[in-house]
Ligand binder design. Structure first.
Ligand code: UTP
Length: 297
């Protein structure tokens, strides 16, 4: 029996060019979704699944990230003096969440390259990867299900979402075989950002992975691929076709709510969808939205 997984790696070193100029001096993972930075939702998700050891892969604008998960002594003192315990609790929410570590990627040479930076911290255990700009709605279960499948199959696990064929060119696409579990498939191949005509399916890889440590050996020799970046998809493709040495790759099909906050349109939708269900905002936002929508052509 393997020991339970405790480590989560959160890559947050991408340049976020789709979100310029907002991301000129701030990582896209720090953009607020309602009133919390996207990455705080992601850390909360890791912790909720029992992963208390979090390694963030940061880039050139790492200060905002580190400060967010650290104490804010002046702010705390001010709110304490005012007796504003509500807001004080909000300030402190992020400092005590998890045991957070940081490593810098240096050159952002792709997601695969970012993950490789986690090798020393992770060691020889399986670990989870959560992309810092990808939010899974806390009301829908994904990571816990993936951890369960990793334990059962001792393979690497990716999260899959069925997307419209017109969208598949933005994702890694999976070639699959069914298993006895309705929400689990065996991955027989992966292609990064294919044209719709070349995609092996409309099952897209989204930002959650539970990986065996063999991924590091594979990433070490993975050549730059699409966009001249070292692609995690390419490493997983190799693992999918060498199950005897790498344990193989399975996919858990997610049918819940997911928000890609690195994409401007999805970001706007995420804020609206999360805010309408919030106790403090929903009752005012819903009627306003209805009236606003009824005036659109
Ligand atoms: P994206 O594919 O969204 O790329 O990265 P990006 O460069 O951040 O954004 P755009 O396309 O220019 O707008 C997916 C995830 O991988 C991380 C990102 O921070 C994001 O969480 N990433 C990407 C790295 O950590 N390092 C990289 O070199 C590339």
């Amino acid at each position: 029996m393997s020991s339970p997984i405790t480590k989560a790696v959160i890559p947050a070193a991408g340049l976020g060019t789709r979100f310029l100029p907002a991301t000129k001096a701030m990582p896209k993972e720090m953009l607020p979704v309602v009133d919390k930075p996207a990455i705080q939702y992601v850390v909360e998700e890791a912790v909720a699944a029992g992963l208390h050891d979090v390694l963030m892969i940061t880039g050139r604008n790492k200060n905002a990230l580190e400060n967010h998960f650290d104490r804010a002594v002046e702010l705390e003192a001010l709110l304490e003096r005012k007796g504003d315990h509500n807001r004080l609790a909000k300030v402190n929410e992020s400092n005590a969440l998890a045991d957070i570590h940081y490593v810098r990627q240096g050159d952002p040479r792709g997601l695969g390259h970012a993950i490789l930076r986690a090798k020393m911290h992770v060691g020889a255990e399986p670990f989870a990867v959560l992309l810092g700009d990808d939010i899974i709605d806390a009301r829908d279960v994904l990571l816990a299900r993936m951890l369960e499948e990793q334990h059962k199959r001792q393979a690497s696990i990716v999260a899959l979402l069925e997307v419209d064929p017109s969208q598949i060119h933005m994702y890694g696409a999976a070639a699959i075989e069914a298993t006895d579990d309705d929400d689990v498939v065996r991955i027989t191949g992966l292609v990064e950002k294919p044209d719709a005509a070349d995609a092996p399916s409309n099952l897209a890889v989204i930002g959650r992975y539970v990986l065996r440590p063999e991924v590091f050996d594979v990433l070490e020799h993975t050549a730059p691929g699409k966009g001249n970046e070292i692609q995690l998809t390419d490493a997983l493709q190799e693992m999918a076709i060498t199950p005897e040495t790498s344990g193989g790759v399975y996919g858990v099909i997610f049918r819940g709510r997911r928000y890609d906050t690195g994409d401007r349109l999805d970001y706007i939708k995420a804020i609206v969808q999360l805010a309408v269900d919030r106790e403090d905002l929903g009752s005012e936002l819903r009627p306003w939205l209805r009236a606003f929508a009824s005036n659109l052509d």
